[in-house]
Write a protein that binds this ligand. Structure first.
Ligand SMILES: Nc1ncnc2c1ncn2[C@@H]1O[C@H](COP(=O)(O)OP(=O)(O)O)[C@@H](O)[C@H]1O
Ligand SMILES: [Mg+2]
Length: 469
Protein backbone atom coordinates (compact mmCIF):
# COMPACT_ATOMS: atom_id res chain seq x y z
CA UNK A 1 0.00 0.00 0.00
CA UNK A 2 1.63 3.17 -1.11
CA UNK A 3 -0.79 5.78 0.25
CA UNK A 4 0.02 6.38 3.88
CA UNK A 5 -2.77 5.96 6.36
CA UNK A 6 -2.84 9.59 7.39
CA UNK A 7 -4.02 10.55 3.95
CA UNK A 8 -6.89 8.14 3.76
CA UNK A 9 -10.33 9.47 4.51
CA UNK A 10 -13.10 7.06 5.46
CA UNK A 11 -14.32 7.19 1.90
CA UNK A 12 -10.89 6.33 0.57
CA UNK A 13 -10.52 3.48 3.02
CA UNK A 14 -13.79 2.04 1.77
CA UNK A 15 -12.62 2.47 -1.82
CA UNK A 16 -9.46 0.58 -0.91
CA UNK A 17 -11.51 -2.23 0.67
CA UNK A 18 -13.74 -2.31 -2.39
CA UNK A 19 -10.80 -3.54 -4.41
CA UNK A 20 -10.92 -6.81 -2.49
CA UNK A 21 -14.33 -7.23 -0.95
CA UNK A 22 -17.66 -7.27 -2.72
CA UNK A 23 -20.63 -5.72 -0.95
CA UNK A 24 -20.73 -5.51 2.88
CA UNK A 25 -20.93 -1.77 2.68
CA UNK A 26 -22.04 -1.32 6.28
CA UNK A 27 -19.08 -3.25 7.65
CA UNK A 28 -16.62 -1.42 5.43
CA UNK A 29 -18.05 1.90 6.44
CA UNK A 30 -17.69 1.19 10.11
CA UNK A 31 -14.19 -0.19 10.01
CA UNK A 32 -13.23 2.84 7.95
CA UNK A 33 -14.59 5.11 10.65
CA UNK A 34 -12.76 3.17 13.34
CA UNK A 35 -9.53 3.46 11.42
CA UNK A 36 -9.90 7.15 10.79
CA UNK A 37 -10.76 7.67 14.44
CA UNK A 38 -7.33 6.43 15.39
CA UNK A 39 -5.77 9.04 13.18
CA UNK A 40 -8.10 11.62 14.69
CA UNK A 41 -7.08 10.51 18.17
CA UNK A 42 -3.39 10.73 17.39
CA UNK A 43 -3.98 14.24 16.15
CA UNK A 44 -6.04 15.40 19.09
CA UNK A 45 -4.54 17.16 22.05
CA UNK A 46 -2.43 15.23 24.50
CA UNK A 47 -4.84 15.16 27.44
CA UNK A 48 -7.79 14.03 25.37
CA UNK A 49 -5.73 11.48 23.51
CA UNK A 50 -5.53 9.33 26.61
CA UNK A 51 -9.27 9.49 27.13
CA UNK A 52 -10.47 8.54 23.70
CA UNK A 53 -11.22 4.84 23.55
CA UNK A 54 -11.32 2.94 20.31
CA UNK A 55 -14.69 2.02 18.85
CA UNK A 56 -14.33 -1.70 18.88
CA UNK A 57 -16.44 -3.49 16.35
CA UNK A 58 -18.56 -6.59 16.53
CA UNK A 59 -19.15 -8.18 13.15
CA UNK A 60 -22.11 -10.44 12.88
CA UNK A 61 -22.46 -12.67 9.88
CA UNK A 62 -22.46 -16.25 8.64
CA UNK A 63 -19.26 -17.98 7.71
CA UNK A 64 -17.49 -17.02 4.51
CA UNK A 65 -19.07 -13.64 3.95
CA UNK A 66 -15.90 -11.58 4.36
CA UNK A 67 -15.51 -10.83 8.08
CA UNK A 68 -11.90 -11.90 8.37
CA UNK A 69 -11.04 -10.57 4.96
CA UNK A 70 -12.29 -7.08 5.83
CA UNK A 71 -10.30 -6.96 9.06
CA UNK A 72 -7.18 -8.30 7.40
CA UNK A 73 -7.35 -5.84 4.54
CA UNK A 74 -8.00 -3.03 6.95
CA UNK A 75 -4.78 -3.89 8.78
CA UNK A 76 -2.90 -3.91 5.49
CA UNK A 77 -4.26 -0.50 4.54
CA UNK A 78 -3.27 0.87 7.93
CA UNK A 79 0.08 -0.88 7.79
CA UNK A 80 -0.89 -2.06 11.23
CA UNK A 81 0.21 -5.12 13.15
CA UNK A 82 -2.64 -7.61 13.04
CA UNK A 83 -3.40 -10.87 14.79
CA UNK A 84 -6.35 -13.17 14.57
CA UNK A 85 -7.39 -15.51 17.36
CA UNK A 86 -10.31 -17.85 17.76
CA UNK A 87 -12.05 -17.13 21.02
CA UNK A 88 -13.19 -20.72 21.21
CA UNK A 89 -9.63 -21.96 21.52
CA UNK A 90 -9.52 -20.55 25.03
CA UNK A 91 -12.35 -22.81 26.12
CA UNK A 92 -10.39 -25.89 25.20
CA UNK A 93 -9.25 -28.40 27.75
CA UNK A 94 -5.98 -27.50 29.35
CA UNK A 95 -6.49 -23.79 28.92
CA UNK A 96 -4.88 -21.60 31.58
CA UNK A 97 -6.28 -18.19 32.27
CA UNK A 98 -3.23 -16.18 31.43
CA UNK A 99 -3.05 -17.52 27.91
CA UNK A 100 -5.54 -14.95 26.75
CA UNK A 101 -2.72 -12.45 26.97
CA UNK A 102 -0.85 -14.38 24.31
CA UNK A 103 -2.86 -12.53 21.65
CA UNK A 104 -1.28 -9.28 22.80
CA UNK A 105 2.17 -10.84 22.85
CA UNK A 106 1.62 -12.12 19.32
CA UNK A 107 0.62 -8.62 18.28
CA UNK A 108 3.85 -7.20 19.66
CA UNK A 109 5.79 -9.95 17.92
CA UNK A 110 4.13 -8.87 14.67
CA UNK A 111 4.94 -5.25 15.34
CA UNK A 112 8.57 -6.10 16.06
CA UNK A 113 8.81 -7.90 12.74
CA UNK A 114 7.27 -5.00 10.88
CA UNK A 115 9.51 -2.41 12.51
CA UNK A 116 12.53 -4.61 11.95
CA UNK A 117 11.76 -4.94 8.26
CA UNK A 118 11.30 -1.19 7.93
CA UNK A 119 14.51 -0.43 9.80
CA UNK A 120 16.43 -2.97 7.79
CA UNK A 121 15.31 -1.22 4.67
CA UNK A 122 16.91 2.00 5.89
CA UNK A 123 20.29 0.39 6.52
CA UNK A 124 20.19 -1.83 3.49
CA UNK A 125 22.45 0.31 1.33
CA UNK A 126 25.11 0.47 4.00
CA UNK A 127 24.87 -3.21 4.77
CA UNK A 128 25.20 -4.01 1.08
CA UNK A 129 28.50 -2.15 0.98
CA UNK A 130 29.79 -3.95 4.05
CA UNK A 131 28.79 -7.30 2.59
CA UNK A 132 30.51 -6.51 -0.67
CA UNK A 133 33.71 -5.77 1.24
CA UNK A 134 33.47 -9.00 3.19
CA UNK A 135 32.96 -11.08 0.08
CA UNK A 136 35.76 -9.21 -1.74
CA UNK A 137 38.13 -9.95 1.10
CA UNK A 138 37.30 -13.63 0.88
CA UNK A 139 37.64 -13.77 -2.90
CA UNK A 140 40.87 -11.77 -3.18
CA UNK A 141 42.24 -11.04 0.26
CA UNK A 142 43.92 -7.66 0.43
CA UNK A 143 47.67 -7.79 1.03
CA UNK A 144 48.78 -7.33 4.60
CA UNK A 145 48.77 -3.74 5.69
CA UNK A 146 51.80 -2.17 4.05
CA UNK A 147 52.62 -0.16 7.12
CA UNK A 148 52.96 -2.62 9.96
CA UNK A 149 56.06 -4.69 9.24
CA UNK A 150 57.82 -2.06 7.21
CA UNK A 151 57.51 0.63 9.80
CA UNK A 152 59.62 -1.38 12.21
CA UNK A 153 62.19 -1.88 9.52
CA UNK A 154 62.24 1.83 8.86
CA UNK A 155 62.83 2.66 12.44
CA UNK A 156 65.76 0.34 12.48
CA UNK A 157 66.97 2.13 9.43
CA UNK A 158 67.78 -1.17 7.81
CA UNK A 159 65.29 -0.93 5.01
CA UNK A 160 65.12 2.71 3.97
CA UNK A 161 63.79 2.10 0.45
CA UNK A 162 60.37 0.88 1.50
CA UNK A 163 58.09 3.36 3.13
CA UNK A 164 54.30 3.01 3.27
CA UNK A 165 53.94 5.73 0.69
CA UNK A 166 55.47 3.61 -1.99
CA UNK A 167 53.46 0.42 -2.33
CA UNK A 168 55.17 -2.54 -3.88
CA UNK A 169 54.35 -3.97 -7.27
CA UNK A 170 52.45 -6.74 -5.48
CA UNK A 171 50.25 -4.25 -3.75
CA UNK A 172 49.43 -2.47 -6.95
CA UNK A 173 48.62 -5.73 -8.67
CA UNK A 174 46.50 -6.84 -5.73
CA UNK A 175 44.50 -3.64 -5.77
CA UNK A 176 44.03 -3.84 -9.49
CA UNK A 177 42.77 -7.42 -9.36
CA UNK A 178 40.47 -6.50 -6.52
CA UNK A 179 38.87 -3.67 -8.38
CA UNK A 180 38.40 -5.85 -11.44
CA UNK A 181 36.73 -8.49 -9.33
CA UNK A 182 34.61 -5.91 -7.61
CA UNK A 183 33.13 -4.96 -10.96
CA UNK A 184 32.42 -8.61 -11.76
CA UNK A 185 30.97 -9.13 -8.29
CA UNK A 186 28.59 -6.22 -8.66
CA UNK A 187 27.51 -7.45 -12.07
CA UNK A 188 26.65 -10.80 -10.51
CA UNK A 189 29.21 -12.62 -12.65
CA UNK A 190 30.69 -14.39 -9.65
CA UNK A 191 27.38 -15.46 -8.16
CA UNK A 192 27.87 -19.17 -8.66
CA UNK A 193 31.45 -19.25 -7.40
CA UNK A 194 31.96 -21.06 -4.09
CA UNK A 195 33.49 -19.39 -1.07
CA UNK A 196 33.87 -20.19 2.63
CA UNK A 197 32.04 -17.99 5.08
CA UNK A 198 31.60 -18.03 8.84
CA UNK A 199 28.10 -18.78 9.95
CA UNK A 200 26.97 -18.27 13.50
CA UNK A 201 25.28 -21.22 15.06
CA UNK A 202 23.22 -20.55 18.05
CA UNK A 203 23.40 -23.39 20.49
CA UNK A 204 20.04 -22.90 22.14
CA UNK A 205 18.75 -26.31 23.06
CA UNK A 206 15.08 -27.00 23.30
CA UNK A 207 14.32 -26.90 26.96
CA UNK A 208 11.30 -28.44 28.50
CA UNK A 209 10.30 -27.78 32.03
CA UNK A 210 9.17 -30.77 33.92
CA UNK A 211 6.50 -31.01 36.52
CA UNK A 212 3.84 -28.58 35.76
CA UNK A 213 2.25 -25.59 34.34
CA UNK A 214 4.37 -22.78 33.05
CA UNK A 215 3.00 -20.04 30.92
CA UNK A 216 4.27 -18.93 27.56
CA UNK A 217 6.07 -15.87 28.78
CA UNK A 218 8.19 -17.61 31.41
CA UNK A 219 8.91 -20.34 28.91
CA UNK A 220 10.11 -17.80 26.38
CA UNK A 221 12.27 -16.10 28.93
CA UNK A 222 13.86 -19.36 29.97
CA UNK A 223 14.55 -20.27 26.38
CA UNK A 224 16.08 -16.87 25.73
CA UNK A 225 18.17 -16.96 28.85
CA UNK A 226 19.63 -20.33 28.09
CA UNK A 227 20.10 -19.39 24.45
CA UNK A 228 21.99 -16.29 25.57
CA UNK A 229 24.21 -18.22 27.96
CA UNK A 230 25.37 -20.70 25.40
CA UNK A 231 28.31 -19.49 23.36
CA UNK A 232 27.59 -18.77 19.74
CA UNK A 233 29.73 -21.02 17.61
CA UNK A 234 31.06 -19.89 14.29
CA UNK A 235 31.26 -22.57 11.67
CA UNK A 236 32.78 -22.41 8.22
CA UNK A 237 30.42 -23.20 5.42
CA UNK A 238 31.04 -23.46 1.72
CA UNK A 239 28.40 -21.59 -0.22
CA UNK A 240 28.00 -19.75 -3.50
CA UNK A 241 28.65 -16.02 -3.61
CA UNK A 242 24.94 -15.46 -4.14
CA UNK A 243 24.05 -17.44 -1.04
CA UNK A 244 26.79 -15.75 0.95
CA UNK A 245 25.44 -12.36 -0.04
CA UNK A 246 21.97 -13.26 1.15
CA UNK A 247 23.19 -14.68 4.44
CA UNK A 248 25.67 -11.90 5.18
CA UNK A 249 23.20 -9.21 4.25
CA UNK A 250 20.77 -10.56 6.82
CA UNK A 251 23.53 -10.69 9.41
CA UNK A 252 24.93 -7.23 8.69
CA UNK A 253 21.55 -5.49 8.57
CA UNK A 254 20.72 -7.07 11.90
CA UNK A 255 23.99 -5.73 13.30
CA UNK A 256 23.27 -2.25 11.99
CA UNK A 257 19.82 -1.84 13.50
CA UNK A 258 19.38 -0.86 17.09
CA UNK A 259 17.24 -3.53 18.72
CA UNK A 260 16.30 -1.37 21.69
CA UNK A 261 14.93 1.21 19.33
CA UNK A 262 13.06 -1.49 17.43
CA UNK A 263 11.47 -2.82 20.61
CA UNK A 264 10.36 0.57 21.76
CA UNK A 265 8.95 1.57 18.41
CA UNK A 266 7.21 -1.78 18.04
CA UNK A 267 5.51 -1.49 21.40
CA UNK A 268 4.28 1.98 20.49
CA UNK A 269 3.08 0.78 17.10
CA UNK A 270 1.18 -2.13 18.62
CA UNK A 271 -0.33 0.16 21.25
CA UNK A 272 -1.44 2.87 18.86
CA UNK A 273 -2.36 1.10 15.66
CA UNK A 274 -2.51 -2.63 16.45
CA UNK A 275 -5.59 -4.58 15.47
CA UNK A 276 -6.68 -7.78 17.19
CA UNK A 277 -9.31 -9.84 15.46
CA UNK A 278 -11.22 -12.14 17.81
CA UNK A 279 -13.04 -14.70 15.74
CA UNK A 280 -15.87 -16.98 16.87
CA UNK A 281 -16.74 -14.78 19.78
CA UNK A 282 -20.26 -16.20 19.63
CA UNK A 283 -18.79 -19.51 20.79
CA UNK A 284 -17.94 -18.04 24.16
CA UNK A 285 -21.37 -16.49 24.65
CA UNK A 286 -23.76 -18.24 26.99
CA UNK A 287 -26.76 -19.18 24.91
CA UNK A 288 -29.80 -19.28 27.13
CA UNK A 289 -27.82 -17.88 30.00
CA UNK A 290 -27.97 -21.06 32.06
CA UNK A 291 -24.90 -21.83 34.14
CA UNK A 292 -23.07 -25.09 34.61
CA UNK A 293 -20.92 -27.30 32.42
CA UNK A 294 -18.93 -25.76 29.63
CA UNK A 295 -20.80 -22.47 30.04
CA UNK A 296 -18.75 -21.70 33.10
CA UNK A 297 -15.58 -21.92 31.09
CA UNK A 298 -17.09 -19.73 28.36
CA UNK A 299 -17.96 -17.03 30.78
CA UNK A 300 -14.53 -17.45 32.31
CA UNK A 301 -12.95 -16.70 28.96
CA UNK A 302 -15.07 -13.59 28.61
CA UNK A 303 -13.90 -12.45 32.03
CA UNK A 304 -10.30 -13.09 31.03
CA UNK A 305 -10.77 -11.17 27.81
CA UNK A 306 -12.32 -8.23 29.54
CA UNK A 307 -9.23 -6.60 31.07
CA UNK A 308 -7.40 -6.86 27.77
CA UNK A 309 -10.22 -5.23 25.84
CA UNK A 310 -10.84 -2.68 28.59
CA UNK A 311 -7.21 -1.72 28.72
CA UNK A 312 -4.51 -3.25 30.86
CA UNK A 313 -0.79 -3.79 30.83
CA UNK A 314 0.62 -6.99 29.39
CA UNK A 315 4.22 -8.04 29.81
CA UNK A 316 6.03 -9.26 26.77
CA UNK A 317 9.64 -10.09 26.18
CA UNK A 318 9.99 -6.76 24.40
CA UNK A 319 8.62 -4.74 27.27
CA UNK A 320 5.19 -4.04 28.64
CA UNK A 321 2.36 -2.86 26.47
CA UNK A 322 -0.85 -1.04 27.31
CA UNK A 323 -3.86 -2.42 25.51
CA UNK A 324 -6.10 0.64 25.90
CA UNK A 325 -5.94 1.81 22.31
CA UNK A 326 -5.60 -1.43 20.45
CA UNK A 327 -8.52 -1.83 18.06
CA UNK A 328 -10.45 -5.02 18.71
CA UNK A 329 -12.66 -6.44 16.03
CA UNK A 330 -14.72 -9.40 17.14
CA UNK A 331 -16.68 -11.60 14.81
CA UNK A 332 -19.17 -14.38 15.02
CA UNK A 333 -22.09 -15.98 13.27
CA UNK A 334 -24.36 -15.77 16.32
CA UNK A 335 -26.61 -18.50 14.99
CA UNK A 336 -27.23 -20.03 18.41
CA UNK A 337 -26.28 -17.28 20.82
CA UNK A 338 -26.90 -13.56 20.52
CA UNK A 339 -24.59 -10.64 21.23
CA UNK A 340 -26.75 -9.97 24.28
CA UNK A 341 -25.66 -13.35 25.67
CA UNK A 342 -22.20 -11.95 26.23
CA UNK A 343 -21.51 -10.52 29.66
CA UNK A 344 -22.61 -6.87 29.77
CA UNK A 345 -19.12 -5.51 30.38
CA UNK A 346 -17.88 -7.17 27.22
CA UNK A 347 -20.90 -6.09 25.20
CA UNK A 348 -20.17 -2.54 26.25
CA UNK A 349 -16.66 -2.79 24.90
CA UNK A 350 -17.93 -3.57 21.42
CA UNK A 351 -20.26 -0.66 20.84
CA UNK A 352 -20.33 -0.87 17.09
CA UNK A 353 -22.38 -3.72 15.68
CA UNK A 354 -22.31 -4.44 12.01
CA UNK A 355 -24.21 -7.12 10.28
CA UNK A 356 -22.73 -8.70 7.21
CA UNK A 357 -25.13 -9.81 4.54
CA UNK A 358 -25.33 -13.33 3.25
CA UNK A 359 -23.87 -13.43 -0.22
CA UNK A 360 -26.13 -13.82 -3.20
CA UNK A 361 -25.51 -15.66 -6.43
CA UNK A 362 -24.80 -12.34 -8.07
CA UNK A 363 -22.26 -11.51 -5.31
CA UNK A 364 -20.52 -14.79 -6.12
CA UNK A 365 -20.27 -13.80 -9.74
CA UNK A 366 -18.64 -10.50 -8.81
CA UNK A 367 -16.34 -12.17 -6.27
CA UNK A 368 -15.09 -14.50 -8.98
CA UNK A 369 -14.46 -11.67 -11.35
CA UNK A 370 -13.57 -8.40 -9.68
CA UNK A 371 -11.36 -8.45 -6.58
CA UNK A 372 -7.67 -7.87 -7.16
CA UNK A 373 -7.05 -11.29 -5.70
CA UNK A 374 -10.04 -12.96 -7.36
CA UNK A 375 -9.77 -16.72 -7.71
CA UNK A 376 -9.91 -16.46 -11.49
CA UNK A 377 -6.89 -14.16 -11.42
CA UNK A 378 -5.05 -16.48 -9.08
CA UNK A 379 -5.50 -19.44 -11.41
CA UNK A 380 -4.62 -17.32 -14.43
CA UNK A 381 -1.39 -16.36 -12.73
CA UNK A 382 -0.60 -19.96 -11.75
CA UNK A 383 -0.98 -21.13 -15.33
CA UNK A 384 0.77 -18.10 -16.78
CA UNK A 385 3.81 -19.34 -14.88
CA UNK A 386 3.61 -22.45 -17.08
CA UNK A 387 3.18 -20.36 -20.20
CA UNK A 388 -0.47 -21.41 -20.49
CA UNK A 389 -3.10 -18.76 -21.06
CA UNK A 390 -6.26 -19.33 -19.05
CA UNK A 391 -9.37 -17.26 -19.67
CA UNK A 392 -12.90 -17.42 -18.35
CA UNK A 393 -15.87 -16.55 -20.49
CA UNK A 394 -18.37 -14.45 -18.66
CA UNK A 395 -21.07 -17.09 -18.89
CA UNK A 396 -18.78 -19.57 -17.18
CA UNK A 397 -18.54 -17.29 -14.17
CA UNK A 398 -22.31 -17.00 -13.92
CA UNK A 399 -22.54 -20.76 -14.12
CA UNK A 400 -19.89 -21.21 -11.40
CA UNK A 401 -21.68 -18.71 -9.18
CA UNK A 402 -24.96 -20.52 -9.70
CA UNK A 403 -23.45 -23.91 -8.88
CA UNK A 404 -21.67 -22.61 -5.79
CA UNK A 405 -24.87 -21.02 -4.59
CA UNK A 406 -26.87 -24.21 -5.14
CA UNK A 407 -24.42 -26.36 -3.25
CA UNK A 408 -24.37 -23.89 -0.37
CA UNK A 409 -28.14 -24.21 -0.23
CA UNK A 410 -28.27 -27.97 -0.50
CA UNK A 411 -25.23 -29.12 1.46
CA UNK A 412 -23.96 -26.45 3.82
CA UNK A 413 -23.63 -22.73 3.53
CA UNK A 414 -19.95 -21.90 3.71
CA UNK A 415 -20.28 -18.62 1.88
CA UNK A 416 -17.66 -17.54 -0.63
CA UNK A 417 -15.39 -20.34 0.53
CA UNK A 418 -17.50 -22.58 -1.68
CA UNK A 419 -16.04 -20.87 -4.70
CA UNK A 420 -12.66 -22.29 -3.85
CA UNK A 421 -13.79 -25.90 -3.80
CA UNK A 422 -15.84 -25.45 -6.94
CA UNK A 423 -13.01 -23.78 -8.79
CA UNK A 424 -10.42 -26.32 -7.78
CA UNK A 425 -12.70 -29.18 -8.85
CA UNK A 426 -13.28 -27.46 -12.17
CA UNK A 427 -9.62 -26.97 -12.92
CA UNK A 428 -8.13 -29.98 -11.19
CA UNK A 429 -7.50 -31.99 -14.34
CA UNK A 430 -5.84 -29.08 -16.12
CA UNK A 431 -3.64 -28.44 -13.15
CA UNK A 432 -2.41 -32.01 -13.36
CA UNK A 433 -1.99 -32.24 -17.13
CA UNK A 434 0.11 -29.09 -17.42
CA UNK A 435 2.86 -29.14 -18.59
CA UNK A 436 3.05 -32.85 -19.53
CA UNK A 437 -0.10 -33.33 -21.58
CA UNK A 438 -1.04 -29.71 -22.11
CA UNK A 439 2.04 -27.98 -23.38
CA UNK A 440 3.28 -24.46 -22.71
CA UNK A 441 1.88 -21.85 -25.09
CA UNK A 442 -1.52 -23.48 -25.16
CA UNK A 443 -4.71 -21.65 -24.36
CA UNK A 444 -7.53 -22.79 -22.16
CA UNK A 445 -10.88 -21.07 -22.42
CA UNK A 446 -13.37 -21.90 -19.70
CA UNK A 447 -16.84 -21.81 -21.18
CA UNK A 448 -20.23 -22.34 -19.63
CA UNK A 449 -20.32 -25.72 -21.34
CA UNK A 450 -17.05 -26.75 -19.75
CA UNK A 451 -18.28 -25.78 -16.29
CA UNK A 452 -21.44 -27.82 -16.78
CA UNK A 453 -19.54 -30.78 -18.13
CA UNK A 454 -17.13 -30.86 -15.20
CA UNK A 455 -19.49 -30.01 -12.37
CA UNK A 456 -23.14 -30.68 -13.11
CA UNK A 457 -23.01 -34.41 -12.45
CA UNK A 458 -21.49 -33.67 -9.05
CA UNK A 459 -24.10 -31.09 -8.22
CA UNK A 460 -26.94 -33.45 -9.08
CA UNK A 461 -25.56 -36.16 -6.85
CA UNK A 462 -25.87 -34.93 -3.32
CA UNK A 463 -23.58 -37.58 -1.86
CA UNK A 464 -20.86 -36.73 -4.31
CA UNK A 465 -21.14 -33.01 -3.81
CA UNK A 466 -20.91 -33.45 -0.06
CA UNK A 467 -17.51 -34.97 -0.45
CA UNK A 468 -16.10 -33.26 -3.44
CA UNK A 469 -17.53 -29.78 -3.75
N1 LIG B 1 -17.73 -10.17 0.26
C1 LIG B 1 -16.67 -10.80 -0.22
N2 LIG B 1 -15.97 -10.32 -1.27
C2 LIG B 1 -14.90 -10.97 -1.76
N3 LIG B 1 -14.42 -12.10 -1.27
C3 LIG B 1 -15.03 -12.64 -0.21
C4 LIG B 1 -16.19 -12.02 0.37
N4 LIG B 1 -16.59 -12.78 1.39
C5 LIG B 1 -15.74 -13.81 1.47
N5 LIG B 1 -14.80 -13.74 0.51
C6 LIG B 1 -13.73 -14.70 0.30
O1 LIG B 1 -14.10 -15.92 0.91
C7 LIG B 1 -13.06 -16.43 1.75
C8 LIG B 1 -13.52 -16.51 3.19
O2 LIG B 1 -13.81 -15.22 3.69
P1 LIG B 1 -13.59 -14.81 5.22
O3 LIG B 1 -13.50 -13.36 5.29
O4 LIG B 1 -12.45 -15.58 5.78
O5 LIG B 1 -14.94 -15.35 5.85
P2 LIG B 1 -15.49 -15.17 7.31
O6 LIG B 1 -16.64 -14.24 7.20
O7 LIG B 1 -15.91 -16.54 7.72
O8 LIG B 1 -14.40 -14.62 8.17
C9 LIG B 1 -11.89 -15.51 1.56
O9 LIG B 1 -11.02 -16.09 0.63
C10 LIG B 1 -12.48 -14.23 1.02
O10 LIG B 1 -11.58 -13.61 0.14
MG1 LIG C 1 -13.35 -15.88 9.51
Amino acid sequence: MTTPLENLTPKQIVAELDKYIIGQFDAKRNVAIALRNRWRRMNSDEAMRREIVPNNILMIGATGVGKTEIARRLAMIANAPFVKVEASKFTEVGYVGRDVESMVRDLVEQAVNMVKIAKKETVRARATEVVEDIIMDILIPPMQDKGAGLLVANQNGSNPDHTDETPTQDHILNEKTRSQFRVKLRAGELDSRKIDIDVQQSQAPNVGVMGGAIDDLSMMNIQEMIGGMMPKKAKKRRVTVAEARKYLLEEETTKLIDMDEVKEEAIRKAEDVGIIFIDEIDKIANAGGKGGGPDVSREGVQRDLLPIVEGSTVNTKYGSIKTDHILFVAAGAFHVSKPSDLIPELQGRFPIRVELQSLTESDFYHILKEPKNALTRQYEALLAAEGVELTFEDASLSELAKIAFEINASVENIGARRLQTVMSTLLNEFMFDIPDKILPNSKIVVTQGLVQEKLLSLVKNRDLSQYIL
